[in-house]
Design a protein around this ligand. Sequence first.
Ligand code: HEC
Length: 381
Amino acid sequence: MKHLATILSIVATSVIAIACSDSDDNAAKNDNLIDIGDGESIELTEEYYAGGVLGTVFNNTASAYEQPTPATEQGGFSQAFQNGEYLFERDFNQNKDGAFKGLGPVYVRNGCIYCHPGYGHGKRQTEYRASTHGNGYLLVIYDKQTEAYIKSVAGMPQTMAVQPFKAPVDESLIHIEWKDYTDEWGNRFPDGETYALIYPEVTIPQEAFYAPIIVTRGGQNVEVSIDEIGVKLESTIGVYGTGLLDAIPDDEITAQWEKESDYFNSIGKTDALNPAYWDQANKQWVSYYKGLTGVNYVRRYTYAMSRGPLLDAAGANAIWNITNVTRSDRRYHYLDLNYRTRPSPTMQRSHRKTPRCRLSSTTTSPNGTRQATWRRTSTTT
Ligand code: HEC
């Protein structure tokens, strides 16, 4: 089957990577392979429709990853798509009413688009600034001994705050250094061509933390020194095509795992599929993604393929925990209670002029998220 398209572009669910070569010959071969024409009408063969005819769109402009698929439009979801775009692209604010209200008291970003620029993934950063468009980093601050998140900042640590609150981490002190890396092949392809690799090393000094650093070890909360914690950066993944993934029924995803189990079992590779998720021998799920609603879902999102459907996982959750905007089904904040229950002497000194607030009551919600009520206490000037 052949289809006519005016311009080429992106495929909603898949990305094709073509390795480049210095040789003109190879370059010419590659050009033939992915010839996208001259921007005028060209005919495309079926394989270009990697997301299916209804799931593949053609656009080679800067908005390539932002448009609805034919399935969205033909299914009558154009308005819903635009509503979603609106929520994704706008900044939330501190107002008590009106559109996009309720930001804070502490928050990770003003909105989604900061971390998913153009609906894609983030750009490499040499500093961590929550207001930089394209900074797709989430901080992962962990206990080196247990590898678990530290307790005294939220799992997704906030570096922004609405006055008079202070952010748990002062982002201006976060240091990102890019270092050279040599891999096991000495950064060299078999044909002799070399390549360079870099990786980030992130450090946060003690004075960047607003409260003492607390970790949980053996069920106890323990205060630790800065040397006992590490920092990683988690970067964004593009969100284009996630609606199409959401449309796949759980049963069909399970059927695919069964099919792959049959294949790997038949060739004697009995440990091919992730044992934390799936029992390859008995062909059944070992664990599900349990959303905040308590329902079990088959996993399908994130790099680790660890999360369930958009409306109860990455996406719907982000609106709440990135901005800290509460809503009718989540009447509590995303934050950690160690923050501000014990003021750090260092921060007390350096923020003397800041009105201080503390938590006046805390409870634990059914899903284990701690809830807090904030009360302004006094100024320390
Ligand atoms: C602080 C940066 C940040 C912000 C802001 C952010 N995200 Fe993400 N998002 C991430 C990261 C990092 C991942 C990848 C997580 C992983 O793979 O474990 C991700 C993954 C996702 C995914 C899963 C994509 C996939 O293919 O698996 C969706 C959907 C998503 N985000 C939607 C949103 C929405 C909607 C918003 C706004 C309400 C938002 N994100 C705001 C950092 C961010």
